[in-house]
Design a protein around this ligand. Structure first.
Ligand code: RB5
Length: 156
């Protein structure tokens, strides 16, 4: 799989561990985050990764900041992105099976590196289940599309 990874300064160490882990698993990893411990705004990395995934340049994205929250908020502003912050493997797995998440966010100040690897592994191994879940994901994407067209009410 081709995986884009991004981070801010708070996520640097964990990013490096996850990047190495993904490469060990045989994935191609595109590093779009900062490699410096200097302060770096998480929206930049969140946007870079989300844009590449949304455009089809990567199969999935992994984002890491202090909590995973800010960087996921930025990623979710990009059309086509469903980014979920996960602190344990169960939510990560279900975020793919039910929500078809295409970007995973984690907080380096929240999860340790071994737990983060388990979260990533469960997420990458999971498959979207479709069916009734597809209907709901379609509704999410309908909100996005209609909002961007300026509709006053996205869903009936
Ligand atoms: C940086 O201090 C921190 O705000 C950032 O990494 C992230 O946790 C934001 O959501």
């Amino acid at each position: 799989m081709k995986i884009a990874i991004g981070n801010d300064h708070a996520g640097l160490e964990l990013k490096n561990e996850i990047l190495a882990h993904l490469q060990e698993l045989g994935h191609e990893v595109v590093n779009l985050g900062t490699d410096s411990p200097e302060s770096f705004p998480y929206p930049v990395s969140g946007y870079r990764v989300a844009k590449l995934v949304a455009e089809g340049g990567a199969d999935r994205g992994v984002l890491i900041c202090g909590t995973g929250v800010g960087i996921s908020l930025a990623a979710n502003k990009v059309h086509g992105i469903r980014c979920c912050v996960c602190s344990e493997p169960y939510t990560a797995k279900l975020s793919k099976q039910h929500n078809n998440s295409n970007v995973l966010a984690m907080g380096a100040r929240v999860v340790g590196s071994e737990l983060a690897k388990m979260i990533v592994d469960e997420w990458l191994d999971a498959e979207f289940l479709g069916g009734r879940h597809q209907t709901r994901v379609d509704m999410i994407m309908e909100i996005e599309e209609k909002q961007s067209l300026g509709a006053s009410d996205a869903l009936k």
